[in-house]
Design a protein around this ligand. Structure first.
Ligand code: HEC
Ligand code: HEC
Ligand code: HEC
Ligand code: HEC
Ligand code: HEC
Length: 280
């Protein structure tokens, strides 16, 4: 019965093929998962540090601004890890004998910097620039999470290509007024918490976020209040005449995002997604 034999072997071959494809797909999925696994990307890890520095105590507790320690974040590609001198601005006087600060004092005395362990670290073939992001209204919290609440610093996101692209594809959903970049609690505009923005001098042609002014308190109400406080009501018959620059009111992130993309002069999606942007 050669015919039957043939058919059976065909079926076997076909089943083998199907199986091979299944195995290939499964391996692919597994490798994909593996690449994304937190222990590969080090997302969420809290590496042991030479000093148990707490952002929670220093930022949330004492209100020290991010840029007091990460001095170059607005000006260069690196945010920078603070030098021991910045710590000693306070710790020469505050807690001068605390055991926890011994490595800091040693570093100060020897002039050797504290060997902090990096938690966010991109491969060398990727170019990244803090100043570009920060000056175009991307908040620290969007990429680093609520650092102000961390006792031990950890990476909030994977920093993998897909994560970068997710924002570059549509930055509008993540843009905020440049004045809110350090605000860890910013939630974006809503009906009950609108944001007003006015565009200043755009004639200079500089593609900068600085020419956009935003505020979270109603500019018209503020102007009226100021005018009432400074103008005696006998003048202009008790009526208040005020000149308010043309503020636009926003009640959703969608609207605000579109406005900011426009006035921050953000490049189009195609440009921001092109390989050369991040791989030069
Ligand atoms: C603006 C002043 C100031 C600066 C700058 C500062 N500290 Fe502190 N630090 C304090 C104060 C105040 C405390 C006590 C906080 C508490 O107990 O609530 C403290 C506490 C600490 C502690 C004890 C553990 C803790 O968090 O309570 C460590 C460790 C520490 N600081 C390390 C550093 C390092 C490292 C730097 C530099 C990167 C630094 N500090 C910069 C004011 C400062
Ligand atoms: C008093 C100084 C100080 C202030 C203020 C401060 N930081 Fe830091 N930051 C440090 C030190 C020291 C380290 C390195 C040790 C660590 O990772 O905890 C660090 C590390 C980090 C890292 C991880 C760096 C890496 O290894 O990839 C991020 C992200 C960060 N800070 C963000 C912020 C943000 C956002 C703010 C404001 C909300 C802020 N920091 C305020 C001192 C400070
Ligand atoms: C668009 C995302 C993004 C924003 C916004 C952002 N960071 Fe970062 N940050 C990163 C990435 C990515 C790295 C890792 C860079 C590397 O490995 O070269 C990093 C690294 C750091 C480091 C480690 C030192 C360094 O310069 O590499 C610190 C500190 C830091 N960021 C602080 C901040 C602060 C403070 C802000 C807000 C003013 C901020 N970052 C805003 C993505 C961001
Ligand atoms: C939350 C949004 C967001 C995330 C996340 C983000 N970016 Fe960006 N990126 C932007 C915006 C907005 C710009 C400014 C575009 C403009 O001005 O046209 C930008 C610009 C850039 C530029 C251009 C710099 C230049 O020289 O003009 C590079 C490079 C870049 N991003 C790399 C990265 C990398 C690498 C990552 C991931 C590690 C990343 N970005 C994550 C929003 C983001
Ligand atoms: C917005 C920034 C950004 C853009 C645009 C971008 N990449 Fe990447 N790319 C990254 C980052 C970040 C990594 C590192 C990922 C990691 O550490 O796992 C990366 C990694 C890679 C890798 C190494 C393999 C891997 O997955 O880790 C290759 C290959 C690559 N990119 C190719 C490309 C190509 C081709 C394009 C254009 C179609 C492109 N990239 C566009 C940010 C970008």
């Amino acid at each position: 019965m050669p015919q039957l034999f043939h058919r059976r072997s065909n079926t076997l071959v076909r089943m083998g093929l199907v199986l091979a494809v299944l195995v290939a797909v499964a391996t692919g999925v597994a490798l994909d998962r593996l690449q994304r696994a937190p222990w590969v990307t080090r997302q969420g890890e809290q590496p042991a540090q030479p000093v148990s520095f707490s952002h929670r105590h220093h930022v949330q507790g004492m209100g020290v601004q991010c840029q007091y320690c990460h001095v170059s974040v607005e000006k260069s590609s690196y945010a920078g890890i603070p030098s021991t001198r910045i710590c000693m601005n306070c710790h020469l006087q505050m807690w001068p004998n605390a055991a926890q600060l011994e490595p800091v004092r040693q570093s100060w005395m020897s002039g050797k910097s504290i060997p902090w362990v990096r938690v966010n670290d991109l491969p060398d073939f990727v170019s990244f620039d803090h100043s570009v992001h920060v000056n175009k209204g991307v908040g620290c919290v969007t990429c680093h999470g609520q650092v102000d609440q961390m006792n031990a610093t950890s990476a909030q996101y994977s920093l993998q290509m897909e994560w970068c692209l997710d924002c570059h594809r549509n930055p509008a959903k993540n843009l905020r007024p440049a004045s809110e970049v350090y605000n860890m609690a910013w939630r974006g505009p809503s009906e009950s918490r609108p944001v007003w923005c006015a565009v200043g001098d755009e004639m200079s042609g500089m593609p900068t976020a600085e020419s956009v002014n935003c505020t979270v308190s109603d500019p018209l109400a503020r102007a009226v209040l100021n005018a009432t406080l400074t103008t005696p009501s006998s003048m202009n018959g008790g009526r208040v005449l005020v000149a308010v620059p043309t503020y636009e009111k926003f009640t959703s992130q969608d609207e605000l995002g579109r406005f900011l993309v426009n006035h921050y002069k953000i490049r189009n999606t195609q440009d921001l997604m092109s390989c050369e942007v991040c791989h030069r």
